[in-house]
Design a protein around this ligand. Structure first.
Ligand code: DAK
Length: 261
């Protein structure tokens, strides 16, 4: 697939995915959602062993993503609305379950679908001017890409209710205090900080990282027992070549050379 709205750069084996519609504050239109679905689902490049992780960011200085594209919603009926919401949810799950670290570098407005996209990523870096919010009630709707559920996971029920009902925007420091942003960095440093974290993770065993993501997500997945997921994952890792390598390297006082096997 040829991407029109995603600009993808390989920077030292970290894929930096830039949502690239700055004139519309990078709003998520259908084309962009299709491209995200392809990138995190069918595209083989991000899955290559050499790729250390993915940074998602927005083009321009103003916005990460200012929401789903409001102009595309006009004239939509209930059936089309639920179909789109289901598709959006599926795409957010693709991101959340991606087996390598996915970090949102939030460089400005992360509103509505933009906040939902950031929340589906594994980690969020906020620039000092980042603004988070779920303003859907201003439009007569609610978050439709998993926002009502993930906001609770990040900030707790009371604050999630308040944010989604008031449509208030919060700044980077408040987002960090609430647990929505992992770090706050100076403007322009968002992607660098994300890359620094991915480079740190890249020194660890890749299958173990994938299992951390799977087990953490299991906690939030209905009908999946997280403890069982952990037990099974632990067993699988104990039998892996990388565990033999990691443990041997410790005993031999050398750095482990993991192979993702
Ligand atoms: N969609 C489309 N265009 C957008 C946009 C958006 N979400 N946000 C901004 N733009 C466009 C503006 O229309 C404007 O375009 P032109 O008029 O120049 O053509 C351009 O970006 C620059 O925006 P502003 O001129 O408004 O810039 P300001 O600095 O004055 O204001 C702002 C920045 C971020 C405060 C403001 O643009 C704003 O309030 N934007 C809308 C924020 C928002 O309400 N976002 C949407 C949340 S709702 C669903 C699935 C999911 C969802 C809903 C339904 N179903 C499946 C049915 C989720 C919905 C949302 O995300």
């Amino acid at each position: 697939m040829e991407y029109q709205n995603l600009a993808i750069k390989n920077e030292d084996n970290i894929l930096v995915v830039t949502l690239n519609r700055p004139k519309a504050l990078n709003a998520l239109n259908k084309q962009t959602m299709d491209e995200l679905a392809h990138f995190f689902g069918e595209d083989e490049t991000p899955k290559q062993l050499a790729i250390k992780g993915i940074v998602v960011t927005g083009a321009g200085e103003k916005a990460f993503v200012a929401g789903a594209d409001i102009k595309e919603f006009l004239g939509m009926d209930a059936e089309a609305g639920s179909r789109l919401s289901r598709r959006g949810n599926d795409i957010m799950f693709l991101i959340e379950r991606f087996p390598k670290p996915v970090i949102a570098a939030v460089n400005g407005f992360a509103l509505g679908g933009g906040c939902e996209l950031a929340m589906a990523c594994h980690i969020r870096i906020a620039g000092e001017k980042a603004r988070f919010g779920q303003p859907e009630v201003n439009l007569g709707i609610i978050p439709g890409y998993g926002g009502t559920q993930r906001l609770i996971q990040h900030v707790g029920k009371g604050k999630a209710m308040e944010l989604a009902m008031t449509a208030d925007m919060i700044g980077a420091e408040e987002a960090k205090a609430l647990g929505l942003a992992n770090h706050v960095v100076p403007v322009g440093e968002e992607v660098n900080k994300a890359k620094e974290i991915i480079n740190k993770i890249a020194k660890k065993a890749p299958i173990a990282i994938a299992k951390v993501i799977e087990c953490t997500n299991a906690y939030f997945t209905d009908c999946v027992n997280g403890f069982e997921t952990e037990i099974n994952s632990f067993g699988a890792l104990t039998g892996s070549a990388d565990f033999v390598e990691g443990a041997s390297a410790f005993v031999e006082k050398r750095r482990a050379a993991f192979k993702g096997k």
